[in-house]
Design a protein around this ligand. Structure first.
Ligand code: ATP
Ligand code: MG
Length: 442
């Protein structure tokens, strides 16, 4: 930070203007398509700025995910200016301007607390439960800044003058790496309790200190998440756990009493989650760091495993076959969990496949093993088996065998499969109690 003066607002709605010499953002760091959109709007006489997370990210030297534009042009006026614009959104219409694979989101300034500041809820039906919300209304630039959640998310950038426009003292907060809600925290959380989760997420992901008034009410207000539709919570869960900081985010959610609102009653002591869960979260972060694909199905499989396994063991004790028992227990766990966080079917299917393949690893001999290796979800189920070893050390030898069998050539693999121990997977199925650990407390 240097000492170049910044101009102070003269009236209540004038922003603090931060010049380029101070903020250091270069135009070339900004998507050229976003620049084109802003230029065209400004040439047509409108105000238009980059807004939100992208400026924050540029200042924090992380790579913005997308570049959003805010303007005083109405959605119709935007559409008239851009042939490649499409209006979306039910409650609040905004324009998507498409350039090949990149979409620039252009939103008209809006005012008022709308209870859900998320702009991209095009096909989400938000039921507002008991929350008091006002209708979306167009607003001024200053109002648009103030209806946002955190000060660091409310900065605007004008490429024409290369200045940052700051209505909420967000610039100083970014520089001091401080997370602060705009306005009065208790009412801002009440207006939209998802902000509780967003606070935890930004704090961890951007390594920010939460300002005390922003942090203070979180624990006591956590129960307000009760009123949020499960589908919206699921969208939020994806951002919480699939952004490369899943494990520290989990810990923050526990500390802030938010975790039990999302996944009630899963672990006796959420501060000491099952090792498998910790490993799954860390594993997810590592895969993201390595650019490998991740699926929420795998994480949910880990979160719910203890519950699923305990219930499946009961069903097996009552005479059910292991795979069917897991299928039934899995379905029950997913249905129960969906009351809080709705896991999309394609992901719950993955979780169930992972669970149901676990007993099949015990049958290594012959065709069954070959069939298992060729299953679409083999790799995920095998990764899951590896995660189980920490808590079920008796699986170590089995897991090693499955590691080896994937590494050898075809001929060697056939040899291994034919000489493998029967492992309960011989020709005829014997129904005898399986040698399984009783579910431990964690
Ligand atoms: P990320 O990089 O994680 O996407 P982001 O800041 O872009 O972070 P989005 O969820 O994409 O977050 O939202 C875009 C902008 O919309 C935010 O920067 C913020 O200004 C505003 N916003 C989003 N959600 C809310 C909310 N619940 N309440 C108020 N404003 C919100
Ligand atoms: Mg975003």
């Amino acid at each position: 930070m240097n000492s170049t003066p910044v101009s102070r607002p003269t009236t209540g709605s004038d922003p603090l203007i931060v010049p380029r010499t101070e903020h250091g953002i270069q135009r070339r760091q900004v998507s050229t398509n976003a620049l084109k959109v802003i230029e065209r709007l400004q040439e047509a006489g409108f105000d238009a700025y980059l807004v939100g997370g992208c400026i924050r990210d540029l200042l924090l030297e992380t790579r913005p995910k997308d570049f959003d534009v805010a303007t005083n042009a109405t959605p119709e006026e935007i559409r008239e200016l851009f042939r490649n614009a499409r209006l979306i959104g039910r409650r609040f219409r905004l324009a998507h301007v498409r350039f090949g694979r990149e979409i620039i989101e252009v939103a008209t300034f809006r005012g008022g607390g709308d209870g859900d500041g998320d702009d991209d809820d095009a096909d989400r039906v938000v039921e507002d439960g008991g929350r008091v919300t006002r209708d979306n209304v167009f607003g001024t630039e200053a109002e648009d800044a103030r209806r946002r959640d955190f000060t660091i998310n409310a900065l605007m950038y004008d490429p024409a003058t290369e200045t940052i426009r700051d209505h909420v003292d967000g610039y100083a907060d970014v520089r001091q790496r401080r997370l602060r809600l705009i306005g009065e925290p208790v009412s801002r959380y009440r207006e939209d309790p998802v902000r509780l989760l967003r606070a935890a997420r930004f704090m961890v992901k951007l390594d920010l200190a939460m300002e005390p008034q922003t942090a203070g009410p979180i624990v006591s207000m956590a129960p307000l998440l009760e009123g949020i539709p499960p589908s919206r919570l699921f969208d939020e869960i994806l951002k919480l756990f699939l952004s490369g900081h899943a494990w520290p985010t989990y810990q923050a959610l526990v500390r802030l009493a938010l975790w039990p609102e999302l996944f009630p009653g899963l672990f006796p002591d959420p501060a000491q989650p099952p090792k498998l869960v910790e490993n799954a979260l860390k594993n997810t972060d590592q895969r993201i760091a390595e650019g490998l694909p991740v699926t929420p199905g795998f994480l949910f499989a880990a979160f719910l495993w203890q519950r699923v396994k305990a219930r499946a063991d009961e069903l097996v004790a009552a005479g059910a076959a292991p795979v069917e028992a897991l299928a039934e227990a899995g379905e029950e766990a997913i249905v129960a969990q969906a009351r809080k966080v709705a896991l999309h079917r394609r992901f719950s299917t993955i979780a169930k496949e992972i669970w149901c393949m676990q007993p099949r690893f015990e049958k290594r001999r012959g065709k069954r093993a070959v069939r298992l290796i060729n299953e679409r979800r083999f790799r995920a189920a095998y990764d899951f088996l590896l995660l189980r070893v920490d808590e079920e050390p008796e699986l170590a030898e089995l897991a090693q065998w499955w590691t080896d069998v994937q590494e050898v050539d075809h001929e060697e693999r056939m040899k291994m499969i034919h000489s493998a121990p029967a492992g309960g997977g011989g020709k005829k199925r014997r129904r005898r109690p399986r040698k399984r650990k009783t579910p431990s407390a964690q």
